[in-house]
Write a protein that binds this ligand. Structure first.
Ligand code: GLC
Length: 436
């Protein structure tokens, strides 16, 4: 393993006020009942952000944590889908905003989803709650809606019941411009693209954001979904981008398992438990088929070609979070993780640093993200790899040493990138007890 730069080691001692700073970021990004990921770049409520952010609020104010989940569930559609953005108020600084998505829902929302972390968040909030009476009440209230969301995923995105759900837009994976999506995205046609004006590159250095060609395709897909009337059957059948994303499937499987625990132990919902058990067994079996024994890695699959997407990204470790790996597979993944850590001082880069597409500063093409660090470290811990998990935690803390709660970080230099004062970075630092 390459060692941490000496300065990072020294700075680890100076973390006392970091927890206060993290709390101040959540408070500053609170818009009264929901939290924006960052002030200007992302001025609405995002789905998986809301889950991570609720975990952070839990440390400060349990009632506020439950409120974060209530707010995101206000965006839930009648069929159960929870959209990836809820536009509680309109704002000028973000594109595509509600006027582009044209969704008729109150409050307005986007028309696609994101990795379904909410079931897992619900269980963790419950387990860690000091106020168990409040927690029980909140779980009773939120469980049916979150279960309906997971059921929507299995129904709408896996209509043939293969055990793997499809993701129809790179934004749905939460890892927008991951090199894993380059080939599937390149096939998306841009002939029906309508005019649009990016706002992100006016706020953040364009070298840290996706390229224009990618954006044209992201927007083409959005315009296509609008033309399909957001009908899930048409979106699935006519998809130009359709992948079985490892992260989404792992997060869904983990959330299904966590909802099962709640169904059995807290809510006493036998019908939900009976529905979840076979779905979990099938999901675990299907995820295990994404293992490539030669490469010693899990890979996402392009569902339009049927081919594995043989690019090792941070998502390749996510089956650990779902406990879907065998002990042999976990051992191979732990070895891969150690190799990655030899290459760069800060863990975990979003792409294998040995890969030719590795770009340490560009968003999901190499930069480190705290949410994936937390999920991968939790997975390693569940499999007994305590040293590796602790190493990820220590290296995450080293990134935050200057009090910079950035959106992402350069794994080579540790420099903060993207937006500053980023909510999930602050929230997970609190939840993960980085400063304990
Ligand atoms: C970016 C990230 C996505 C996140 C969103 C809001 O689009 O790729 O994962 O949810 O920002 O923070």
């Amino acid at each position: 393993m390459s060692s941490l730069p000496p300065q990072a080691k020294a700075d680890i001692c100076v973390v006392q006020n970091l927890a206060d700073r993290a709390a101040a970021i959540l408070q500053a990004n609170d818009r009264g009942g929901y939290t924006v990921p960052s002030e200007k770049l992302y001025p609405y409520q995002w789905l998986w952000d809301a889950g991570f952010i609720a975990l952070g609020w839990r440390v400060l104010d349990e009632a506020r944590a439950w409120q974060e989940l209530r707010a995101i569930m206000k965006g839930q559609w009648a069929d159960g889908m929870v959209p990836h953005i809820v536009f509680h108020q309109t704002h000028e600084s973000y594109m595509p905003g509600p006027e582009i998505w044209q969704v008729t829902h109150t409050p307005p929302t986007s028309g696609i989803t994101q990795p379904p972390v909410l079931g897992t968040v619900l269980l963790q909030l419950y387990q860690l709650a000091q106020d168990k009476a409040l927690a029980k009440q909140a779980v009773q209230e939120l469980f049916p809606a979150i279960l309906r969301f997971n059921q929507w995923f299995h129904r709408a995105r896996d209509p043939q019941q293969t055990g793997l759900v499809a993701t129809l837009h790179p934004w749905e994976t939460g890892m927008d411009n991951s090199p894993a999506w380059d080939a599937p995205l390149a096939r998306v046609k841009t002939d029906k693209l309508r005019p649009y004006v990016r706002k992100d590159t006016g706020l953040i250095d364009p070298t840290q954001r996706p390229h224009k060609d990618d954006y044209d395709r992201y927007m083409s897909l959005v315009f296509q979904f609008i033309d399909q009337g957001y009908d899930p059957a048409r979106m699935y059948a006519e998809a130009q981008f359709k992948v079985a994303d490892l992260a989404t499937n792992a997060v869904l499987l983990r959330a299904d398992r966590d909802l099962l625990k709640l169904a059995e132990e807290v809510v006493g919902d036998k019908a939900a438990a009976d529905w979840l058990r076979p779905v979990i067994a099938q999901g675990r079996a299907a995820l295990s088929h994404l293992w490539d024994s030669e490469a010693g890695h899990f890979f996402s699959r392009d569902l339009l070609t049927g081919e594995a997407i043989a690019i090792p990204t941070v998502a390749s470790f996510m089956p650990l979070f779902a406990e879907a790996a065998t002990s042999g597979q976990a051992e191979m993944l732990a070895r891969q993780m150690a190799l990655w850590q030899q290459r760069v001082p800060y863990a975990v880069p979003s792409l294998d640093p040995r890969h030719p597409s590795f770009e340490p500063k560009r968003y999901w093409r190499g930069a480190v993200w705290v949410n994936t660090n937390w999920m991968v470290a939790s997975g390693l811990r569940d499999y007994g790899y305590f040293r590796l998990a602790d190493e990820i935690k220590a290296r995450t803390l080293a990134l935050l040493r200057n009090g910079q709660f950035a959106e992402y970080y350069d794994p080579v230099t540790g420099a903060p990138l993207g937006s500053g004062n980023f909510s999930w970075t602050a929230a997970l630092a609190l939840h993960w007890q980085l400063f304990a």
